[in-house]
Design a protein around this ligand. Sequence first.
Ligand code: HEC
Length: 201
Amino acid sequence: MSDQAKRHGEAAISPFWDRAIPAFWLAFCAILIVNLIGNFVFHGYILPEEAEHGAHEAKFGYPIEVVEEAGGAAAGPAARVSAVSMIADATAAAGTEVFRKCAACHTVEAGGANKTGPNLHNIVGDVIGDRNGFKTTDSLKAIAGGKWDYATLEDYLEDPKRLAPKGSMSFAGLKKPEDRAAVIKFLMGATENPPPLPAAQ
Ligand code: HEC
């Protein structure tokens, strides 16, 4: 081969490999990544901690949503546990304990000051809002019925934002029915003439 031909040959081969090698790597990596994603999405994988705990069902990478309602109820409002029927048996002492969560924002005694939230004296059965000059939100005033009957109060205390989405009570709510029953018993004690409890079914 002449020198010129050699030079020509090198010039032809070298750029080929310069491109081919990275191209192979790229293709290889792409296949690897697609394969990984595919495994993740379409086949179950077991998280290490689940494997340890003996849970053998595989989890799926794409979302198979198990509907969980905010507020803990399993399947919508129909399934929520009302605490109203538990109020009769609740003790005011337990309610005093629960009310410690409310006391940062509320007083209950007659003539007590408004804090972040309004004074709650005589709240049970009373009209919603208009308490002691407190600036009640429109969202709270719009609650159907307009009164704190037991069912409404109990519902509100589980999740204040459910009944009053734009209400100003920044409180997560009492998730345990027994806590709601107890605090309502306590509020009855701070109400001069609480309406009779609904008869048990
Ligand atoms: C972080 C402060 C805060 C905490 C804690 C809190 N509240 Fe409230 N609460 C408010 C505010 C603010 C409002 C006024 C809501 C509105 O106008 O939308 C309110 C309103 C209320 C109302 C309606 C009063 C009315 O005007 O008719 C009731 C009943 C109530 N709270 C009970 C409770 C109970 C019981 C607890 C404890 C389990 C509690 N709150 C915890 C701030 C709080």
